[in-house]
Design a protein around this ligand. Sequence first.
Ligand code: FAD
Ligand code: SF4
Ligand code: SF4
Length: 481
Amino acid sequence: MADNPMLKFVKTEQAYPEKRAADDRADDFLEISRSFIVDKAEEQASRCSQCGVPYCSTHCPLHNHIPDWLRLTAEGRLREAYELSNLTSTMPEICGRICPQDRLCEGNCVIEFSGHGAVTIGSVEKFVTDTAWKEGWVEPLVPGAARGQSVGVIGAGPAGLTTAEYLRVAGYDVHVYDRHDRAGGLLTYGIPGFKLEKDVVMRRIQRLKDGGIVFHESFEVGRDASLDALREKHDAILIATGVYKPRDIRAPGVGAPGVVKALDFLTASNKAGFGDAVPAHEDGSLLATGKNVVVIGGGDTAMDCVRTAIRQGAKSVKCLYRRDRENMPGSQREVANAEEEGVEFVWLTAPIAFEGTEHVTGVKVTRMRLGQPDASGRRAPEPDPGSEFSMDADLVIKALGYDPEELPKLFGSEDLSVTRWGTLRVDHKTMMTSVDGVFAAGDIVRGASLVVWAIRDGRDVTDHMHKYLKAKARAGARVAA
Ligand code: FAD
Ligand code: SF4
Ligand code: SF4
């Protein structure tokens, strides 16, 4: 009997692709991990025990066929592995890079629980689709037979791009509107290059453009057209605008120059990475070079800011978080990467005032202690009286999360119904908003979430929009008859 290529977890150790040395990677914005070489990817894939009930897939929001493409990889059938992985995802190589796998597929891999270390699913997924791009196996987007109906997609992030791709394949004319000058949403202007190099995103977008999807960049709905004007132009609309209203800190001095918003800082850095002229880099207002930088927050945005500041050549970088390491929302993997690169974490600390008159010069902080669990189940932080102290800062970056913008007002459409959190209210059976023919997906419905959930929503909303559009076409045909 031929040797079983799988179940090698007992004798083959878990391995991730090698990381570049911290002092080397802290000088540039290239990804920090090298790629697997073929043998290593095959070897790591062969550790999978081919579970009958694969919890990895259950906990992947896309329910990717993980054991099947791992087996194909282990057998050296990379093209088939790619084709299978591509069936359920519009951007597997992006998810392989930036999904928090420890909370999703890998965190639920059974061999993790047996103490052998999870199969390194994300790294194999990235390897397989990167190989497909290199080998020319990624097919062009071929539009389906023209249906004579058109769709407007507002927002070119992962949710909007996924829907645009699937609807184009189904034969619709698809127009994507985005207020940025480049498509990609947070893949392009939020997430830094050291997690996701930009050519990986741009080649996806180019493929969509080549497939006939029309992109209207620097087009802001609410400024350049109202929602109703777009409804008149298209047979259905998707709103996939993400969440962009930053949460603020209420403390004296917070308005001082030098206290900036995380996404402004990251967007400026990503624009500079594209080679664009960035006035806020020229005048230094959004640049960390030579500065004492304090980042406030404990989520992934804060991690991206501290690591960007290191790469810009900050004098020192501190991250303040009001809970401790165990209770932070950001990924432990990212904290470890940041620490290796020279970031200092100041746990159980919160700002109470910003010092300086012309420009921020420091942050006054208080120590915190953890009290009883709050509604989220996490222990609520409370100030530790008498523990205040100050730290120097020339640049303070606020990274406390995002809420939705007021879309009904911005879009001039008071009929758009929102939840009490400001996210768009949809009928969960159809993903349609309160306005006929207007659907919504991604962060604007879920609140700040993950790329993989935006892709999942984009996939789901496509089915609902397709049904709606077919019914509309049939109704139109009946009227014409
Ligand atoms: P977005 O990606 O936000 O795209 C929305 C698009 O809509 C934008 O391009 C915006 O310009 C456009 N838009 C908004 N308003 C208008 C308007 N009025 N008119 C026209 N266009 C408009 N997730 C992960 O899985 N892994 C990570 O490592 C990760 N890192 C992150 C790092 C940062 C700094 C941030 C902020 C988020 C991160 N996330 C990460 C979360 C992830 O990026 C989002 O959950 C995901 O991008 C949401 O996709 P979306 O398509 O709903 O919205
Ligand atoms: Fe894991 Fe994300 Fe890939 Fe799913 S999409 S298999 S969760 S890395
Ligand atoms: Fe393989 Fe782990 Fe998934 Fe089981 S849970 S099929 S071992 S990757």
